[in-house]
Design a protein around this ligand. Structure first.
Ligand code: GAP
Length: 515
């Protein structure tokens, strides 16, 4: 099945099985705003817990914070967001649709990548084990041509972006013959800058209202609390502050479901270090974050780093952790070495000293910062894409299939479904007792409707790792049938063994121990 079709199916699965709903749907929805449904919110909470505990519990020198969404407007002047948090936009005059000029060009670059990939896959099939990919890429005339075109475009794009040369961005779009996917024409307007921050007013108009912004990143809440946390927590460098919270961006190209939203959540950690040590820490955090992703068991090859060639003016190193989504490798997380830019800017704008006194060096300085920044929603989409699986179970001429979400058990919204074989003779009560035994630690579901087979399929579709069936034998010997989601194997176990099984297989701690 084409990857685009897989993605479409995934999106409808998210709605049908209570993961993600379009926001305000009964009023026809809102672009790029979504609500998390009964199963989605559980998965999202588990992802946040995995991140939070890996940061705050596993590191003695990282503490948490929950800063307000509204902040003093000068913060956004100091951080550079008022003047420079812009997207270059371009309109197609025929379709009247608006696009990000940089995204149009990036998609064009990705098209060259796809073409190269297709040639490689074809050749791999043809030559089998004898295939030498590096040699093929450097000698096959078609691939060499695509690579040269890709590199030239990439180089020209990087130069234009670095210089914020809007006319050149437009020229690249024209030269590459990039057309609007709706109208099919290249009837483009000029490229304009568009600030992504949402603003509103605080206070009543009679008092004199103040323009405030909905934060476009959670990071600034951490920077402006640096001294508060350092002093009250008596923190010594190196140390980190972690935060999970909502962020808002008026994204113009809001496509690909929850990949790019206008209201989303970030999990950010700013790690404050001695100047001069930041690149070592950058390398360490790169590795630590990649390990966190790969620890979920979705296949190491599905992740890669994309080191930035074009660095923001305040950064001296930056990389993205990319995952192979059904629509290609895309950023899930950024790791940035932000130097002392943010703290120095706040020091300048608020007029107060924001420094750390280093007792070992007997001097004060503005610490340098390594940032790890990941979108909860994007991580959610990554986990859903990786877990979604359509299986053909046809046997002996009898057609059968299932959709199963192969979540790591610790992230699954429901850890265990408990099903009485029939709705009488004390079986429902016994099933409820099993839930009562573990409900303080795990989210479990009681299900008594339809045949056991149908109930299994329903639980597979929401990724429940264990289904427990209570039958007449249970009343006699306190055992149940447990059915494993991935293998579909069943075994008879004692009810008393259930808490330990969930602890071993479905606890966030099991993920954390492998980090
Ligand atoms: N403080 C740094 C920062 O905000 P970023 O690369 O703009 O850096 C970090 O964003 C992460 O936040 C991204 O890697 C992505 O996972 C997530 N993110 C950014 N914009 C988003 C959007 N519009 N919708 C969903 N997630 C988004």
């Amino acid at each position: 099945m084409a990857q685009e079709d897989v993605f479409k199916k995934l999106v409808s699965h998210c709605k049908e099985y209570g993961f993600v709903f379009p926001s305000s749907e009964i009023y026809d929805g809102m672009g790029a705003v979504y609500d998390y449904a009964q199963n989605g919110v559980e998965l999202k909470n588990n992802i946040k817990r995995y991140w939070w505990d890996s940061m705050v519990r596993l590191h003695q020198n990282i503490v948490g914070l929950d800063s307000a969404i509204f902040m003093h407007p000068t913060i956004w002047k100091a951080s550079g967001h008022v003047d420079a948090f812009n997207d270059p936009l371009i309109d197609n005059r025929d379709s009247k649709k608006r696009y990000r000029a940089d995204v149009l060009i990036e998609e064009q670059i990705a098209k060259y990548d796809d073409k190269i990939e297709k040639e490689v896959t074809k050749a791999k099939k043809k030559f089998g084990d004898a295939f030498d990919e590096a040699m093929f890429k450097s000698t096959n005339p078609q691939v060499v041509d695509y690579s040269a075109k890709r590199e030239a475009l990439h180089e020209r794009f990087a130069v234009a972006m670095n210089a914020t040369d809007l006319a050149e961005l437009r020229q690249i779009i024209l030269d590459e013959k990039i057309v609007c996917p709706i109208s099919g024409t290249a009837n483009w307007t000029e490229v304009r800058q568009f600030n992504l921050m949402f603003s509103t007013e605080m206070g009543s108009v009679s008092e004199g209202a103040n323009k405030v912004y909905l934060r476009p990143e959670t990071a600034q809440g951490i920077f402006v609390n640096f001294l508060n946390v350092q002093k009250t927590g008596r923190m010594k460098l190196p140390f980190g502050i972690a935060q999970i919270g909502k962020a808002f961006r008026n994204e113009i190209v809001a496509r690909q479901f929850i990949f790019r939203m206008r209201e989303f959540e970030q999990m950010e950690m700013q790690f404050f270090v001695q100047p001069g040590t930041e690149l070592d820490w950058f390398a360490k955090w790169k590795e630590t974050r990649m390990k966190w992703h790969r620890n979920l068991g979705f296949g190491d090859d599905n992740y890669r780093f994309h080191d930035h060639e074009k660095l923001a003016h305040y950064a001296n190193a930056a990389t993205d952790v990319e995952y192979k989504f059904p629509f290609g490798f895309k950023e899930v997380e950024g790791v940035h070495s932000r130097t002392d830019f943010d703290l120095s800017q706040h020091q300048k704008y608020c007029g107060k000293k924001i420094q750390y006194f280093d007792t070992e060096r007997n001097e004060s300085y503005v610490p340098y910062v390594i940032e790890t920044s990941i979108g909860v929603d994007r991580m959610f989409l990554q986990v859903m894409s990786a877990a979604y699986c359509e299986e053909d179970l046809s046997k002996d001429g009898k057609k059968d299939s299932r959709v199963v979400l192969r979540f790591p058990a610790a992230l699954a919204p429901v850890k265990m479904a408990v099903m009485p074989l029939v709705k009488k003779d004390g079986l429902p009560e016994k099933a409820q007792q099993i839930i009562d035994m573990v409900k303080f630690d795990y989210n479990c579901q009681y299900d008594e409707k339809d045949s056991i087979g149908k109930r299994y399929r329903r639980q597979d579709a929401i990724g429940t790792p264990f289904c427990v069936t209570v039958d007449y034998q249970t009343l006699e010997d306190n055992t149940v049938t447990i059915r494993h989601r991935d293998s579909m194997e069943q075994e008879r176990i004692s009810i008393d063994a259930i808490p330990a099984l969930l602890k071993e297989k479905a606890d966030i701690g099991t993920l954390l121990k492998n980090l």
